[in-house]
Design a protein around this ligand. Structure first.
Ligand SMILES: Cc1ncc(COP(=O)(O)O)c(C=O)c1O
Length: 432
């Protein structure tokens, strides 16, 4: 067990109690710090680029509640809008004009989306889109990529990255084999493997779903030609191309990774940012495909809290902030500096390291690289990452507690925050 020089007495007390109340003491596995060791930090409050724990320690936060906090935590405009919305009630379970506003914003922004359905999480968005892929094509098989995470629905828990990778569970008990029999997997950035799957399964593959930039096996961008290649193959075989932009949507560009790379998939899933920190998800795409969704069409999918007025409000305000001129340039500039200088410091300290960034998403691996897929990512020195993570935490920098997660910056991260982070990194890297 790694000992800490931080005073985290209260965190430890609360987490010890939590472990008796909730499995592993958490509401979602990666938060428990299992893959980096040591105690997780119990948060008290968050603001801008910072998080404060229950012992009063402040951290520069590079997780941003796993992506949603792109404008900075608890942005005053979002809070103000939420206070006003709260007065009108917390849930309607009936149509509201807020849904129209956010739907229009999403449709305007994301090239592939002509119609959208709101749900409550990224998991729900992905499990619903999978049903839609099957309903539309009348085919049952799908292709996903090793290390890509599409939420915790049964049919996606095959080589699923994220917490599953972190915990070393290639699959989960409780997932019936019959549920994953139709889930085919290929290595990311490997078009030949995808072609081979289509050839071996003629006329039975509904489509291909992927994170257009992988964030759940660490940060892995697509090779040039990979996304256009997938579009070509899926079209050739009458299958659908689905981008899971739960993480990359409104982060890589206002229109997501699909805008950045100029590839328009048939369907897209969203989450995180479009709820501005409240629970949300969405799926959308071509109008003819979305017309299958109930009650317009026969594919059933529903939700008591879907289109929740508070989530819609936080999402609308967040997108309003993001569409201001210069936001993505700022995210890119700050994050580029962080990623480039971090890599340089690590190399100067003699470590094998590789990584990169696009817009406000970054990552690095303790291996020579290059990393094109999950197998390459697994060559990373995980023990070294754990020590780096703990060292940074002790110096007030909160990084994702797993080598297999991307990092996120926000519009609230300043050059001073980056200076502080790099100084901490230099000290830690020279001591590993
Ligand atoms: C790409 C991707 N898809 C789906 C999900 C699942 O979203 P949620 O955790 O909101 O269920 C995540 C979560 O991190 C994700 O990164």
């Amino acid at each position: 067990m790694i000992t800490s020089s931080l005073n985290t007495t209260k965190s430890e007390e609360i987490f010890a109690a939590a472990q008796k109340l909730m499995p592993g003491g958490v509401s979602s596995p990666v938060r428990a710090f299992k893959s980096v060791g040591g105690q997780p930090i119990v948060f008290d409050h968050v603001k801008g680029a910072y998080a404060w724990d229950v012992d009063g320690n402040r951290y520069i936060d590079y997780i941003g509640t796993w992506g949603p906090a792109i404008c900075g935590h608890a942005h005053p405009d979002v809070l103000k809008a939420l206070h006003e919305a709260l007065e009108k009630g917390t849930s309607f379970g009936a149509p509201s004009s807020l849904e129209n506003v956010l739907a229009e914003m999403v449709i305007d922004a994301v090239p592939s989306i002509e119609m959208v359905r709101f749900v409550n999480s990224g998991t729900e968005a992905c499990m619903s889109v999978l049903r839609l892929m099957r309903a539309f094509t009348g085919r049952e098989k799908i292709i996903k990529f090793e290390g890509c995470y599409h939420g915790h629905a049964d049919m996606f828990l095959v080589k699923a990255g994220s917490g599953v990778a972190t915990l070393g569970l290639p699959d989960s008990p409780g997932v019936p084999k019959s549920t994953t029999d139709n889930t085919l997997t290929a290595p990311f950035n490997n078009l030949e493997a995808v072609k081979a799957l289509f050839e071996a399964n003629p006329g039975t593959i509904a489509g291909v779903i992927l994170e257009p930039i992988v964030g759940n096996a660490g940060f892995i961008p697509p090779d040039a030609g990979f996304l256009p290649g997938l579009q070509e193959i899926t079209r050739e075989h009458g299958a659908l191309l689905v981008f899971d932009e739960v993480m990359t949507g409104f982060r890589i560009a206002y229109g997501g990774a699909q805008e950045k790379f100029g590839i328009t998939p048939d369907l897209t899933t969203l989450g995180k940012i479009i709820g501005g920190g409240l629970p949300v998800g969405a799926y959308g795409g071509r109008r003819d495909i979305m017309a299958m969704v109930a009650p317009a069409g026969p594919m059933y999918q529903a939700g008591t809290l879907s289109g929740n007025p508070l989530a819609m409000t936080a999402g609308i305000k967040t997108l309003e902030l993001l569409r201001q001129p210069g936001t993505y340039e700022q995210l890119d500039r700050v994050t580029k500096r962080l990623a480039n200088e971090l890599l340089k410091l690590a190399k100067d300290a003699g470590h094998a390291v590789c990584g990169g960034q696009i817009s406000g998403m970054f990552g690095f691996f303790f291996t020579e690289g290059p990393v094109h897929n999950y197998e390459d990512a697994k060559l990373s020195d995980l023990n070294k990452f754990s020590r780096f993570h703990r060292g940074m935490l002790e110096r007030g920098v909160y990084l994702a507690p797993s080598q297999f997660e991307a990092g996120f910056t926000s519009l609230a991260h300043t050059d001073e925050d980056i200076d502080f982070t790099l100084e901490a990194a230099q000290a830690v890297l020279s001591s590993l």
